[in-house]
Design a binder for this molecule. Sequence first.
Ligand SMILES: Cc1cc2nc3c(=O)[nH]c(=O)nc-3n(C[C@H](O)[C@H](O)[C@H](O)COP(=O)(O)OP(=O)(O)OC[C@H]3O[C@@H](n4cnc5c(N)ncnc54)[C@H](O)[C@@H]3O)c2cc1C
Length: 501
Amino acid sequence: MGTDNRYDIAIIGSGLGGLTTAALLAKEGKKVVVVEKNRVPGGCLQSFKRFGKEFDTGLHYIGSMNSGQFVYQLFKYLNLLNRTTFAPLNSDAFDTIHIDGKEYRYASGLNNFADTLIEYFPEETRAIRRYISDIETIADSLNIFKLRELPDDYKFENRWAGISVYEYIESLTDNDTLKKVLAGTNPLYAGTREYSSFYTHAIINYSNITGAHRHSDGGNRLVEALIASIKEGGGSVICSQQITGFEFTDDNRIESAITADGNTVVANEYISSIHPQLLVDIIGKGPLRKPYINRVKSLKNTISVFNIYAKLKKDRVKYHNTNHFCYTSDSVWVASDYDKTEWPGYFYLTTPLSEDTDNFADKVEVMTYMKYSEIEPFITNGVVTDTEGYQTFKEQKAARLINAIEERFPEIKDAIEEYNVSTPHTFCRYTGTVEGSAYGLIKDYNDPLKSFFHSRTRIPNLLLAGQSINSHGIIGTTITSVVTCAELIGTNQLIKKIRNA
Ligand SMILES: Cc1cc2nc3c(=O)[nH]c(=O)nc-3n(C[C@H](O)[C@H](O)[C@H](O)COP(=O)(O)OP(=O)(O)OC[C@H]3O[C@@H](n4cnc5c(N)ncnc54)[C@H](O)[C@@H]3O)c2cc1C
């Protein structure tokens, strides 16, 4: 930091978006720095230790991880695969959807996926085959995702982003159970009937159906691998420095970024990989036009989450090589139909891999929705002021969630040795995202132009990356990183390098 140390590119935020962007640019010989407000890098990728076990914040499984697929090739290109490892989930059931007391398996591979669902719903063969064909068409329409170079006259048109996933599934079949099964993984995008697009659903489900893997050793290994890749290219990552302002030149370029401690970061280009609503606050009444600021501010955020991270008693619970999406409510659109009285209504449960995992799981992570407004009574200006009330609230909610787990998995409840919880407040603190939003801004099918962002901004040397720009998750965030870097180093040569890694 400091004016004597000028970077080619300064990247704000060390989540997956910031770190992959930095690693890609460092590999191109750019002098990069990543500036992170937290003591620990990684944002949603970071894992943390409790009761001697490592738990994950926001990395449970990854799609498109078979050789030749987008995420695999990107990770290979960035030299991550020799620093951290991934294992395929159960190919007969990488996901298991629990509805009305029955289990429905999502099998790996488009044909297997279809055949398995057809076994449950033989009279729905046409609808299931059409579904597969439609998600394949959407995936195939994305050149970068498919690692294809763009033609000279390429113009990005995302007509799929304007289609509602809820309406699409409603139009596909009259079978209510099949509708629920197809929409059963909607918590992966905090799905709502009102806003969620079929595009978001299709890319996530296609990615997982064709290449779902679980990392073998905790999100921090991926963070460490990304940082090693950045350092290999001569870049650096600086933590505990929150960007709080910018200085501008007369022609509206950013001259320097200022940190809360009064340090300056000077670079030719800046990439913000933080939540866009935080960014416009930091820029303030600078060179951004009012309609842009109003647009960003008016966008809604995805709902937040309440999680349980539990250590299990030794050799009590078999390792589950699948992800469970369990519904106790009538509707699977739980983020739309959020009802405090019926909470949780749904939970996601996973037994992560770890060094100790053999046949048995040594920990379990359980996630369900929670609105920020539920914890607001205990918080003032971002700090817990009613400690006792907050503690009681957490204990009561954890007890309710554990009861819901017991109904489905009694052996897991009995095997919990110790547990910890996170609330929307935890996510605000650790990822800085607005109201603890799980996946950043909602991508609204009603107005895709308003909620999808271009990487370039009106500030000539400020670009955007991160989960709120185009799509979230490992797949959405990494595609956005490639798109953003392509603005600086050229799309086709970057795609070719990743494809040929
Ligand atoms: C509970 C949960 C489970 C998930 N599970 C999965 C999963 O299994 N698979 C999957 O594909 N995706 C999953 N995701 C989504 C995925 O983790 C995210 O989409 C992705 O990691 C987001 O990366 P990001 O870089 O955009 O944002 P973040 O990870 O939020 O990073 C932003 C970073 O910017 C920093 N920052 C903020 N303000 C400033 C500032 N002013 N100055 C400096 N730094 C700042 C923050 O501290 C943070 O480190 C999950 C998310 C959650 C919440």
